[in-house]
Design a protein around this ligand. Structure first.
Ligand code: AMP
Ligand code: ZN
Length: 482
C-alpha cells in the first residue's frame, strides 16, 4: 500500500517534521504505560487517547504500527526522582493485597476503561516485572562503559559521563545545581544522577526483589522503559510518546541511559500529550480533582463524549476540565449523530459489516468525494489536526452534492481515525420478533450441540435476509443486504 506523508511535532527539535520511518512502512512506537497502583484518571486517559489517535492516523496514512506499551508494576517511586516509597508497595499496604494482585486489578480496569473509550489495545503490552533480566543487562552495559557506578549499595547513572544530558528538556543544569531544593542524596555524585538499581532502600523487606550482580533489589523506573523499548523495538525506533510531564525527568533519563549504552539515537520522534487541567492545575492522583471514567458513566454520560472532548483541541495544548465542557462535547456528539441519521442512509442500516464494507469499497467516488477526503488527510496528517478533521466531517454530512453512500463512506473512513463509533449509529432498526425467535432457537440448538438444526436455522435466517454471528455474550443479528 502507498503511504502518505505525515507531519508530527517532535519535542526533540521543538518543530513539526515530516515523518520518515526507519523501516519503510512499519512504524515502531513506544508509549509509556500506566503505573498500576491506582485507577488511571481521565487526565491519564487523555494521553492514551492522543496515542490512540496517533496510531489510527498512521494506519490511515498506510503504515502498519508496532505499538508497544509497558505496564509499570515496580520501581516508580512517589516522586519521579528517586524519592519516597515504591507506589506499588504503598498500594499494597493500603489495600492489604500483594503487589501482584494490585497490578493485576488496576491493569484490568485500565484496559476496560480504554475499551469504553474505543482505545485500541497496543500490539505488545509488557510488564516491568517480566523484564528484569533485560534491565540488568542494560545496567551492566552502562557499568562496563563506566557510566554507571555503585554507591551505598545502589547503582546510579552518572550524568557527568553523558555530555548531552538534559539537552532534550533544555535543562539548565548549573542553575538546577545551585538552587537544588531537594536535599542531595549523599550516595550520588551529581544531584541529577538517578538510580538504575536499588538495593539499600529504606524499605528492606519489600516483596518486589530480584537477584542481581549488585545484590538483591529492584530496578529504577526509567531503566524499565529503556530496556523494554529495546527488547521489542531495537536500539533505535521511530516514535516515543508520553505525557508532557515526562520530558524533564523520565524521558531525559531514558535518553541518557539508552543512548549512552548503545551509542545510537533512541527514538526519531518524541511526542508529548498536554495535560488535562482542573482550575489551571494538572489533574493528578495527589490533588483533589481526581476523576475516573466510571464517574462519568455514573452520571449517565457516554465515555465517548470524553473522547469527543479530547478531539476538540490540539493534543499538545492544555485541556481544561469541567462538567460543562464535557456536556458540551456530549451535545456535539449528539448533533453529529442526528446529522448523520438525517441523511438517507436507511438502505445501509443494520447491514452486515462485511457487506457494508464491500459496498463502500466498490463505490465509484465522485470528484467532490475525493476533494473532501484530501482535505481530511491534510488536516489529520498535519500533526493530528482532529478538530479540523471533525469540521470536515460536519461539512461532508451537510454536502447535498454527495451521494448518500459517499457520505456514509466518508463518515466511516474518518471514524477509523476519530474512533467515536459511527458504525454503531447504523444499528438502530428493531429486529422483527419472528427473526429474533429463530435466532434464539438456533442459539439453543447450538448450546445443545445440535449442529444440524442450528445450521438449518442459520440458512432459514439467511433466506429471510438476516445474518447471525456468534459472539462471546450470545449472538448478533445483521441484515445481509439481500
Ligand atoms: P502514570 O500512571 O502516572 O505513569 O501516568 C500515565 C500517563 O498519564 C503518563 O504518560 C503521564 O504523563 C500522563 N498524565 C499524567 N497526568 C496527566 C494529566 N493531568 N493530563 C494528561 N496526561 C497525564
Ligand atoms: Zn516510560
Amino acid at each position: 500500500m502507498k503511504t502518505a506523508a505525515i507531519k508530527l511535532f517532535n519535542t526533540s527539535s521543538r518543530s513539526v517534521e515530516t515523518f520518515v520511518p526507519i523501516n519503510g512502512t512499519t512504524v515502531g512506537l513506544y508509549c509509556c504505560g500506566p503505573t498500576v497502583y491506582n485507577y488511571q484518571h481521565i487526565g491519564n486517559l487523555r494521553t492514551y487517547i492522543f496515542e490512540d489517535l496517533l496510531v489510527r492516523a498512521l494506519r490511515y496514512a498506510g503504515y502498519s504500527v508496532n505499538h508497544v506499551m509497558n505496564i509499570t508494576d515496580v520501581g516508580h517511586l512517589v516522586s519521579d526522582a528517586d524519592e519516597g516509597e515504591d507506589k506499588m508497595l504503598l498500594a499494597s499496604k493500603r489495600e492489604k493485597k500483594t503487589s501482584y494482585e494490585i497490578a493485576e486489578y488496576y491493569t484490568e480496569v485500565f484496559f476496560e476503561h480504554c475499551d469504553w473509550l474505543n482505545i485500541e489495545k497496543p500490539s505488545i503490552v509488557c510488564k516491568a516485572t517480566d523484564h528484569i533480566k533485560q534491565m540488568i543487562s542494560l545496567i551492566k552495559k552502562l557499568e562496563e562503559k563506566d557510566i554507571a557506578y555503585q554507591s551505598g549499595g545502589n547503582v546510579y547513572f552518572d550524568v557527568a559521563q553523558f555530555s548531552r544530558y538534559g539537552e532534550f528538556a533544555k535543562l539548565d543544569l548549573e542553575s538546577l545545581k545551585a538552587g537544588a531544593r531537594i536535599e542531595i542524596d549523599s550516595k550520588k555524585r551529581n544531584p541529577q544522577d538517578f538510580a538504575l538499581w536499588f538495593t539499600k532502600r529504606k524499605f528492606e523487606n519489600q516483596e518486589l526483589q530480584w537477584e542481581s550482580p549488585w545484590g538483591r533489589g529492584y530496578p529504577g523506573w526509567h531503566i524499565e522503559c529503556s530496556a523494554m523499548a529495546r527488547e521489542y523495538l531495537g536500539d533505535s525506533f521511530d516514535i516515543h510518546c508520553g505525557g508532557i510531564d515526562h520530558i524533564p525527568v523520565h524521558h531525559t533519563n531514558e535518553i541518557a541511559q539508552s543512548e549512552a549504552a548503545t551509542g545510537k539515537k533512541m527514538a526519531k520522534i518524541w511526542m508529548h500529550g498536554g495535560f488535562l487541567v482542573v482550575d489551571k492545575e494538572k489533574m493528578s492522583k495527589s490533588t483533589g480533582g481526581f476523576l475516573t471514567l466510571d464517574k462519568l458513566k455514573e452520571r449517565g454520560i457516554d465515555p465517548i463524549a470524553y473522547r469527543m472532548l479530547c478531539l476538540g483541541g490540539s493534543y499538545r495544548k492544555e485541556l481544561s476540565w469541567s462538567w460543562e465542557a464535557l456536556e458540551g462535547a456530549a451535545q456535539r456528539l449528539d448533533n453529529l449523530k442526528s446529522k448523520f441519521l438525517s441523511r438517507e442512509i436507511s438502505p445501509w442500516k443494520d447491514l452486515d459489516e462485511d457487506v457494508l464494507n464491500k459496498q463502500v469499497e466498490e463505490m465509484n467516488p465522485s470528484e467532490d468525494f475525493k476533494k473532501i477526503e484530501t482535505e481530511f488527510k491534510e488536516a489529520i496528517f498535519n500533526d493530528l489536526g482532529m478538530s479540523q478533521g471533525l469540521a470536515i466531517l460536519q461539512k461532508a454530512l451537510d454536502d447535498k452534492s454527495l451521494e448518500e453512500i459517499e457520505v456514509l463512506a466518508l463518515a466511516l473512513k474518518f471514524d477509523t481515525v476519530f474512533g467515536i463509533g459511527i458504525k454503531n449509529w447504523l444499528q438502530t432498526v428493531e429486529i422483527p420478533s419472528n427473526i429474533l425467535a429463530l435466532a434464539q432457537e438456533r442459539d439453543e440448538a447450538r448450546k445443545q450441540k445440535n449442529w444440524e438444526l442450528s445450521d438449518s436455522l442459520r440458512d432459514q435466517l439467511k433466506e429471510l435476509g438476516w445474518t447471525v454471528k456468534d459472539s462471546t455474550d450470545g449472538f448478533r443479528l445483521a441484515k445481509n443486504g439481500k
